[in-house]
Design a protein around this ligand. Sequence first.
Ligand SMILES: [Zn+2]
Length: 104
Amino acid sequence: MTVIKVTCTKCGNTTVTPDDVTVVISNGNRHGRYVFEHCGVWIRRLADHRTVEVLRAVGCDVVTGLPGLSVISQIRQKYILEAFAAWLTEVDTIADMEASLHDT
Ligand SMILES: [Zn+2]
């Protein structure tokens, strides 16, 4: 499996997988930042054009940044949408949705 060498703010040099890393490119640019979570902290690093292409080639998600939203907000939105999509696949009917909302 592909691993990506990264530096975590808390634990130093470590590795993550392409699934852990999202690349956010600035609108109209070919560079941006890559973002991953480690030790419970979101970490952002600058990514030049070459880094973006390498991360894309190994299978990292590459998204175009939305103006006015911080990189972290955009990553949070991505995970919220993924969680919502996963939830939608688990419920078949409106009644199931309502029932699962009341499960605690
Ligand atoms: Zn760490």
